[in-house]
Ligand binder design. Structure first.
Ligand SMILES: [Zn+2]
Length: 514
């Protein structure tokens, strides 16, 4: 909005009549733009904007309810060969390591009756910034020093500066106020803020004690250093003398997620345009419920999404992707045609069988191991010699293995049967790499990306709300993408928070430094 409520209240017929033609033209230009924005906002529906379907009136919602609320049965689809950390079951106690306070029904945060911790302003003020209006908000004339500036509001901002001397804590007093114009209009400055956005309840505004760089440090301590909120509070107090409540730290983390949200479109587009994508998923906790943390990783971008274990969660991204998809054997990935399978998974399972005491299982495991080993050796050779025709070279071995798998698909030994079926189900995806030997043979890239967050989940028990999960994955995506591109994430995140608190669009993530 070009004219604030404060400006609008001052405008009247008398005022308009007093303006020159040029001043009127400037003012009506602003009014026209504001009117267009207001009209567009009035006409927004969930179909033509990012408004959630919850913004429909209750009687309009019925048509959506089927789509929006999938049955619980689709939530947790069992996967062949579960990883140990995926065994979590919603009916079991959350986690063996959960504290007694977590197991009880106690709500997170300050308990009723407990003495609250107010802000103790003990830190000396290190600077003062006066925000003066520079031009008239109505007629557009520049405002000189000839008229008096009257302070109307002020706030303190705690922040940190990274310099060659190290880390410096700043505590700056910001003053805002008003100045009259010779035309009669009074122009005003006030702290910036971002208008409401669908899906977010946390405010994004300069009305905040915590400055952008301090907020970025809190994000670093939480997501990269995996500290709990009380530990972050302890660290800031003990090492920087900055006293913040756990609630304030929590709010900074959610606000940071909201700030970087518009950057996600750019990450999605990057992932969609890539030639090769690694995908993986692992169990996650959201207020004690089991959900899934997905990762999609290209050569330059990492995207995390928390949601159900269903193709729907990544369908929007995958719909516009045309490259190769490397994944594990989870059945949902079979929605996608141009697929590669991680051979390391197959080797691990085959090795387990080869070491089995069951003679038939051991023989089948040996068989698979041998063929995969030959194939991998061939791929390494072909990478140095592009004239090799691997599909033709390995046709007899693969035909042999396929027959063996067919013979074992109903084998009484469970693990043997499972591996035989897994190989048959993903047959094309598994051996695709023979025709394109320069493509990868393992999914290490995605598995490594998830490892950090699996440890974070074990320490901090996941996230508590849908909004918290969204903020968490948005920040995780931005942090890991920056790191992948060789860029320090924290100054970038601080810059995004600063711009977004003023209601501006965030800068894009810089491309990799060559
Ligand atoms: Zn004026």
């Amino acid at each position: 909005m070009r004219l604030t409520d404060h400006d609008l209240k001052q405008l009247s017929q008398e005022y308009l009549a007093s303006l020159s033609a040029e001043q009127l033209l400037r003012l009506s230009g602003k009014m026209l733009e504001d009117l267009r924005d207001a009209r567009d906002r009035l006409n927004q529906t969930p179909q033509n904007s990012s408004r959630p379907s919850g913004s429909y009136a209750p009687w309009q919602q019925a048509a959506f309810s089927d789509k929006e609320k999938p049955s619980e049965a689709t939530e947790e689809v069992a996967k062949p060969g579960p990883k140990p950390e995926k065994k979590a079951n919603a009916t079991e106690p959350l986690d063996k390591s959960a504290t007694s306070s977590e197991r009880s029904k106690r709500k997170a945060g300050k308990q009723p009756g407990v003495k609250g911790v107010g802000r103790q302003v003990e830190m000396a003020v290190t600077g003062e910034v006066v925000h003066q209006p520079t031009e008239c908000a109505a007629c557009g004339e520049p405002l000189g020093d000839s008229t008096p500036f009257q302070v109307t509001t002020g706030l303190y901002v705690l922040d940190i500066e990274r310099s060659q001397q190290g880390l410096q804590v700043t505590h700056v007093k910001h003053l805002y106020g008003q100045r009259p114009c010779p035309c009669g209009h009074v122009s005003q400055t006030k702290p910036g803020s971002c208008p409401d956005e669908p899906g977010w309840t946390v405010a994004l505004t300069e009305w905040h004690l915590v400055g952008p760089m301090l907020a970025a440090l809190i994000i670093c301590l939480s997501l990269r250093m995996r500290l709990s909120r009380p530990r972050i509070r302890e660290f800031l107090q003990d090492w920087l003398g900055v006293v913040l409540s756990v609630g304030c730290i929590h709010q900074c983390l959610t606000e940071g997620g909201r700030a970087v949200a518009p950057v996600e479109d750019e990450l999605v587009a990057d992932v969609q345009q890539s030639e090769l994508l690694h995908a993986d998923e692992t169990g996650w906790k959201e207020s004690g419920r089991t959900v899934w943390l997905w990762v999609l990783r290209s050569a330059t971008t990492t995207l995390y999404i928390i949601g159900r274990r269903s193709w729907d969660v990544i369908a929007n991204v995958m719909e516009h992707f045309g490259g190769w998809l490397m994944s594990d054997g989870y059945g949902q990935y079979r929605h996608y045609g141009k697929r590669l399978r991680c051979l390391a998974h197959i080797i691990r399972k085959a090795r387990g069988l080869a070491e089995s005491c069951h003679p038939a299982a051991a023989e089948f495991g040996q068989n698979v191991l041998q063929t995969v080993a030959q194939v991998i050796e061939g791929i390494y050779l072909a990478r140095g010699d592009p004239t090799m025709d691997l599909p033709e070279k390995f046709a007899p071995e693969l035909a042999q293995l396929q027959t063996t798998c067919e013979q074992h698909r109903d084998h009484p030994h469970q693990k043997t049967r499972q591996l035989a079926r897994e190989l048959l189900n993903d047959w094309t995806a598994l051996w695709q790499v023979l025709a394109y030997p320069n493509l990868p043979i393992t999914n290490n890239v995605a598995e490594q990306a998830l490892r950090h967050w699996v440890i974070a989940r074990k320490i901090n028990h996941g996230t508590r709300t849908a909004e918290g999960s969204r903020a968490y994955t948005l920040l995780a995506s931005v942090i890991d993408t920056c790191r992948q591109r060789g860029i320090l994430p924290w100054p970038y995140i601080a810059q995004v928070i600063a711009e977004r608190r003023q209601g501006k669009a965030p800068p894009p993530i810089p491309q990799a430094v060559a």
